[in-house]
Design a protein around this ligand. Structure first.
Ligand code: BES
Ligand code: ZN
Ligand code: ZN
Length: 484
C-alpha cells in the first residue's frame, strides 16, 4: 500500500475518512459527507467515535467513515494515532481500493500540524501491517493507495516522508520479532542486520564464536553454550557527524529464543519466547531509521545474539562464571540469562566503541508486566538528565515509559557471598535485573529499558498488530535526533 499527500478535489476515492473535532462537525468549506448525515446530532466528534455511511452517485459508491478526534486540546500523538488506526481499519474492512483522508479542514493545536501529519502517515502504515509470511492462503489487500488530502502538499511533504521512514523501521522490528525462532536465529539475525546496513547506510561487523572467545565474553558464552546455533556479536555503527566526538550507544537484548535453560520455562512461557530479541529488533530498526533519515549524529548499536537452550554442556544453577569486565557472577537461575548477555555487550560498547551515553533495551523480566503490563516500558537510570532526554523521545513517539526507583537497598541485593554478583537478586525483579546491568555501566549516563511487557501484543489494537510491536524504534530514533 502506498501513502502520499494530495490536494483537495484532485481525486475520487472509493473510501473516505473524515476526521472531525468534537463540536466542529459543521466545517466550513467541506462540501461533504457531513451534509449527508441524516441524524447529524448523533455524531458529535467525540474522541474515538466513528460513523459509517455509503454515498452513491454517478461516480459510483463511496464508503465514508467519520472519525471523532475529541477536543483539540486533549489530542495527543498517541490518541491521534489510535483514532486514525481505528478509522483506517474500518475503511479497510469496507473493501475499498483507494482511500482519501480529508485533512484540509483540520488545524491541530499548538503548532503541531506537521508533527501530527507525520503521526497520521505513520499510523496508517502501522495499522496496515499484519504478519502473514507463512500463510499459504494469504489474500492480498485490495487497498492500494491512501492519500492525505491537504491544502498545501509542499508544507507537509517532509513530515509525511519522515512518518513513512519511521513506520518502515517499526515494521522491520515487528518482522524480526515475529519471525519464528527456527527461522530467525543468531546467524539470520546478523545476516539481516548486514543487509539493512547496506541498504540504509550503516556499517555492520559480525563477530563469531572465536572472536567472542577472544574478547573474553564469558557470561555471553555461558548462556549461548548449549545451543547448536552459534552466538553472533553484531556491531552497527552510524557516523552521521564526523566532526563530533559525541556518540550514542545502544545495546539490544538478542535472545533469538529463550527456553530458560536448565531452569526451564513452561510450554506456555516458552511459546512466545521468539520475542526475546525485541530489544535487538528495536536497535536494528532504530539504526535503519537513523541512517535513512541521515541524522547528523553518531550512533553505535550492539547485540549479543544467541539462544538459551538445554544440553549436556548447559550452564547450571549454582555455577560461578566470569565476564568480559572481570567480575564473577553466581548463577541462581539460568532463565535470568538476558542480563548475562547484556553485561558483556555493555562492557564491550563502553570500553571499545567510544560512546558517551548508553541505552540498553531488553525483554528482561516477566516482572515488568506486573509493574505496567503491556502499556508502558519500565526504565531505570543513573542520570536524570539523560533519562529526561529518553523520556522526551518516548513522549514524541506516542509510547509510554515509566521510571523505577534505584535505592541503595536494592543495589545491595545484587551482591553474592561467593561471587561478586548474583544473577537472581530477587524482588523487585525488574529493578534488581536493571541494576545488575547498571553494575557494568561505569560512569556513563545510562538508561535501561525493560520492554518485556511492551515488545509483544497479545491482540490487535490501535496501531498495534498482534505479535511484535516494534517498541523502542521510534523513541530511540527521536533520542538520536535530539543529538543532531
Ligand atoms: N525473557 C525473559 C523475560 C520475559 C518474560 C520476556 C515474559 C517477555 C515476556 C527473561 O529471560 C526471564 O526469563 N526472566 C526471568 C528472570 C527470573 C528467573 C529471575 C523472569 O522474569 O521470570
Ligand atoms: Zn530467561
Ligand atoms: Zn530472556
Amino acid at each position: 500500500m502506498k501513502i502520499r499527500l494530495a490536494k483537495d478535489g484532485s481525486n475520487i476515492y472509493s473510501g473516505l475518512i473524515v476526521p472531525v473535532f468534537e463540536g466542529e462537525t459543521k466545517v466550513k468549506g467541506m462540501d461533504l459527507p457531513l451534509k449527508m448525515l441524516k441524524d447529524k446530532d448523533k455524531f458529535e466528534g467525540k474522541s474515538g467515535s466513528t460513523y459509517s455511511l455509503t454515498r452513491e452517485d454517478k461516480d459510483g459508491i463511496q464508503e465514508i467513515v467519520l472519525l471523532g478526534l475529541g477536543k483539540s486540546k486533549a489530542l495527543t500523538y498517541r490518541k491521534l494515532q489510535d483514532i486514525i488506526a481505528k478509522g483506517f481499519r474500518k475503511i479497510k474492512g469496507a473493501k475499498v481500493d483507494e482511500v482519501g483522508i480529508v485533512l484540509s479542514h483540520i488545524t491541530f493545536a499548538k503548532g503541531s500540524n506537521k508533527l501530527y501529519m507525520k503521526a497520521i502517515s505513520e499510523a496508517v502504515l502501522l495499522a496496515d501491517y499484519t504478519f502473514d509470511d507463512y500463510k499459504t492462503d494469504k489474500k492480498a489487500s485490495i487497498l492500494k493507495k491512501v492519500e492525505l488530502i491537504v491544502e498545501d502538499t509542499d508544507k507537509y511533504a517532509s513530515a509525511v516522508e519522515e512518518g513513512k521512514v519511521v513506520a518502515k523501521g517499526v515494521i522491520e522490528a515487528r518482522q524480526l520479532v515475529n519471525q519464528p525462532a527456527n527461522i530467525l536465529h543468531p546467524q539470520t539475525l546478523a545476516d539481516r542486520a548486514v543487509e539493512l546496513g547496506a541498504e540504509s547506510g550503516f556499517q555492520v561487523e559480525v563477530i563469531g564464536q572465536k572472536g567472542i572467545e577472544d574478547l573474553g565474553m564469558e557470561a555471553f558464552l555461558s548462556v549461548a553454550r548449549a545451543s547448536s546455533e552459534k552466538p553472533k556479536f553484531i556491531i552497527m555503527r552510524y557516523n552521521g557527524n564526523p566532526k563530533s566526538e559525541e556518540r550514542l550507544g545502544l545495546v539490544g537484548k538478542g535472545l533469538t529464543y529463550d527456553a530458560g535453560g536448565l531452569s526451564i520455562k513452561t510450554t506456555a512461557g516458552m511459546s512466545i519466547m521468539k520475542c526475546d530479541m525485541g530489544g535487538a529488533a528495536a536497535v536494528i530498526g532504530a539504526m535503519k531509521v537513523i541512517a535513512e533519515r541521515k541524522l547528523k549524529t553518531n550512533v553505535t548499536a550492539v547485540v549479543a545474539a544467541c539462544e538459551n537452550m538445554i544440553a549436556g554442556n548447559s550452564y547450571k544453577p549454582g555455577d560461578i562464571i566470569g565476564s568480559m569486565a572481570g567480575k564473577s557472577i553466581y548463577i541462581g537461575n539460568t532463565d535470568a540469562e538476558g542480563r548475562l548477555t547484556l553485561i558483556d555487550a555493555m562492557h564491550y560498547i563502553i570500553t571499545r566503541e567510544n560512546i558517551d551515553k548508553v541505552v540498553d533495551i531488553a525483554t528482561l523480566t516477566g516482572a515488568a508486566l506486573h509493574c505496567t503490563d503491556d502499556v508502558a516500558t519500565v526504565s531505570i537510570t543513573n542520570d536524570e538528565d539523560f533519562h529526561r532526554a529518553v523520556e522526551e523521545g518516548f513522549d514524541a513517539s506516542g509510547d509510554y515509559v515509566w521510571k523505577m526507583p534505584v535505592y541503595d537497598e536494592y543495589k545491595e541485593r545484587i551482591k553474592h557471598t561467593e561471587a561478586d554478583l548474583t544473577n537472581t537478586a530477587g524482588k523487585p525483579g525488574t529493578i534488581t535485573a536493571g541494576l545488575f546491568i547498571g553494575a557494568f555501566v561505569e560512569d556513563l549516563p545510562w538508561v535501561h529499558l525493560d520492554v518485556a511487557g511492551t515488545a509483544w501484543a497479545t491482540k490487535e489494537s490501535g496501531i498495534q498488530s498482534k505479535g511484535g510491536t516494534g517498541v523502542g524504534v521510534r523513541a530511540l530514533y527521536n533520542l538520536a535526533k535530539s543529538y543532531e
